[in-house]
Design a protein around this ligand. Structure first.
Ligand code: KG4
Ligand code: ZN
Length: 344
């Protein structure tokens, strides 16, 4: 068994990305993602359209992942899939597909918690990426979640703090929407912010006790600010977009960094790993690199392709669970709300 090569096919369909990956042990052989463009014109993910697009995408995406990896489905050791959390209709597509394929091939099925996968993506073997040592702190920052997690072991994680309202990705996307930028606006705020002055417009930061976060107040103050400024100058956004984006991004990064500092103080752990779509943000990446020098932290930032939703991160969890023989029965169903520490 030790020398046996384990091939995992992983499937991710929790939101608006249909993704499939093939792993050989901890190494990624392929990681194919079809991003659904249809939501752009609606300014956010439309759940019904997302599940329909997953249905169209899943077969070609799985085929491509197997082809790219040069693996025949008969060689697969197990199928891993995202059980939750996420949009129910989206999750059901991946879950049903994974169940049927595992049944058809007569191989084990492995369910994966999407948030755990964002954290464990750091254990994907890659020559340019070091892996964290336990215990470490993980900050998961995505369109659906904002959490600081104490990671004691692969499957022993404790949430120390989380958002009380909007997720940080939502804060980026909703701010972008106020500025008239298309969905998802996070990357566009980032792009414009890099050319702007972060001190141009000060926005208030929320006062939330402990390690919890809140972003809805920031969104409201940005909305009021823009309404006020555009009343006197209708071209205000166009003329100052870069400075506005830089100021929004700076405020969000400061909120995240202040809580991380508090978590480091509370736990005495200064190994920090980030995960989730917002970890692609240039501001948070730079702030963490600075903290390595200024505070002596060790930081772990995933490769770009493992930041946003992808099946490779589902595959690494699948492999780690395969080693423990932690398999899932065919009566499993998708779980739209699925807490990180919840027993499967
Ligand atoms: O992890 P993810 O792909 O999906 C969820 O599980 O939510 O995260 C998507 C979120 C979106 O809100 C998107 O705007 C944000 O990540 N995002 C960014 C950047 N790239 C993606 N936010 C800020 N800066 C970026 N560069
Ligand atoms: Zn995600």
């Amino acid at each position: 068994m030790e020398n046996e090569t384990i091939y995992i096919l992983a499937i991710e369909s929790s939101c608006d990305d249909t993704s499939a990956a093939v792993l050989s042990g901890k190494k990624v052989l392929s990681n194919v993602t079809a991003t659904q463009k249809i939501h752009e014109e609606y300014g956010g993910v439309v759940p019904e359209l997302a599940s329909r697009a997953h249905q169209q995408n899943i077969v070609p995406v799985v085929h491509q992942a197997l082809n790219k990896a040069n693996i025949d489905k008969k060689q697969l050791s197990a199928i891993a899939f995202t059980r939750g959390p996420g949009l129910m209709g989206s999750l059901l597509v991946g879950t049903s597909f994974a169940k049927s394929l595992a049944l058809g091939l007569g191989i084990p099925l492995i369910e994966v918690n999407h948030m755990q996968a964002h954290i464990l993506a750091h254990f994907i073997e890659d020559k340019n990426h070091k892996t964290p040592e336990f215990p470490f702190l993980a900050m998961t920052i995505s369109g659906g979640h904002t959490q600081i997690v104490l990671v004691k072991n692969y499957f022993d994680m404790e949430i120390l703090g989380e958002t009380l309202d909007d997720a940080v990705g939502e804060a980026f996307d909703k701010s972008a929407k106020i500025l008239g930028l298309p969905y998802p606006g996070g990357p566009l705020i980032d792009k414009n912010a890099q050319k702007g002055d972060p001190k141009a417009y000060p926005f208030p930061k929320p006062k939330v006790k402990g390690l919890n976060f809140s972003f809805s107040g920031l969104k409201t103050s940005i909305l009021y600010f823009i309404q006020r400024e555009t009343t006197s100058n209708t071209d205000f956004i166009g003329e100052h977009l870069e400075n506005i984006c830089a100021s929004i991004q700076k405020t969000i990064i400061e909120i995240l960094m202040e809580k991380l500092e508090m978590a480091v103080k509370q736990t005495g752990i200064s190994q920090i790993a980030i995960g989730g779509g917002v970890s692609a943000n240039s501001g948070i990446r730079a702030a963490l690199k600075e903290a390595e020098v200024a505070r002596g932290w060790t930081t772990y930032i995933p490769k770009f392709e493992y930041c946003t939703d992808n099946a490779a991160m589902i595959g690494i969890v699948g492999y780690l669970k395969y080693r423990q023989r932690s398999f899932t029965q065919q009566d499993v169903s998708a779980k739209s709300r699925y807490a990180l520490g919840e027993k499967y």
